[in-house]
Design a protein around this ligand. Structure first.
Ligand SMILES: *Cc1c(COP(=O)(O)O)cnc(C)c1O
Length: 229
């Protein structure tokens, strides 16, 4: 497996799809999802065109991210966030947290940053597929949720995130992304800090870009299949 080659191919594909849709390829941000992968492999990616890395476990990130400081431009947290792990995560200074789906989580982040000038950029995770296994709030709850988050001075909501439905049915996956894009457009005027629409992974980023994604989270297509012990 050649990471440099994988990255080059992904970027070419992103550019091609964007151009086909009449979009500027430069507006599409690539987050390389490095979960389960060793620091040495992540360094390879960072030397070959990746600048943003995404991790989904606080413990794992705590072990890896400090070793990569200065080598990445941004570190994003994309996984489910337990309240008791938030403090540890904030110590890693994530540039963006993709996965806030509870007021309790937002409040904890806000409380922990109260005495600092830091403002944490977050995305609201939305469950667009209706699958019970998925995290995220219901689409019809996003508006009120967004409004409530305005009370937190140390949090800035910069957009929405979703994970597409786990199915081979492309139409059903596309529906998820359409739902998120519609919500994004609907709330953009009220939530002035909106700029990211985080949707699309290795298997479905083409559909996501066609539906308006400007942030794709790609793991296995860059780093190879993951092996869970
Ligand atoms: C693992 C993960 C990804 C990347 O998945 P791939 O299919 O390997 O590209 C993207 N987003 C989230 C939230 C993930 O947990």
């Amino acid at each position: 497996m050649d990471i440099a080659e994988n990255i080059k191919n992904i970027k070419t594909e992103i550019n091609q799809i964007a151009e086909r849709c009449g979009r500027n390829p430069k507006e599409i941000i690539l987050v390389a999802v490095s979960k389960t992968k060793p620091v040495s492999l992540i360094e390879q990616a960072l030397e070959n065109g990746v600048s943003i890395i995404g991790e989904n476990k606080v413990q794992e990130a705590t072990e890896k991210i400090p070793l990569l400081k200065g080598k990445y431009k941004e570190f994003h947290f994309i996984g489910h966030l337990q309240t008791n792990k938030i403090k540890k995560l904030l110590q890693l200074h994530p540039d963006l947290i993709h996965s806030v789906d509870k007021i309790k989580t937002a409040k904890k982040i806000d409380d922990l940053l109260k005495d600092s000038s830091r403002k944490q950029n977050i995305l609201i995770e939305v469950n667009t597929s209706g699958e019970e296994s998925k995290f995220g709030i219901k689409p019809n709850e996003v508006k009120a949720f967004c409004k409530e988050l305005k009370n937190f001075n140390n949090i800035k909501v910069t957009g929405l995130m979703t994970v597409g439905k786990l199915t081979d049915n492309q139409d059903e996956i596309r529906e998820c992304f359409k739902t998120l894009k519609n919500l994004y457009d609907e709330l953009k005027s009220e939530c002035s800090d909106f700029k990211y629409l985080s949707m699309g992974m290795s298997g479905d980023f083409k559909i996501a870009i066609e539906e308006g994604s400007n942030m794709v989270r790609i793991g296995s297509a860059i780093f190879g299949k993951r092996v869970y012990k």
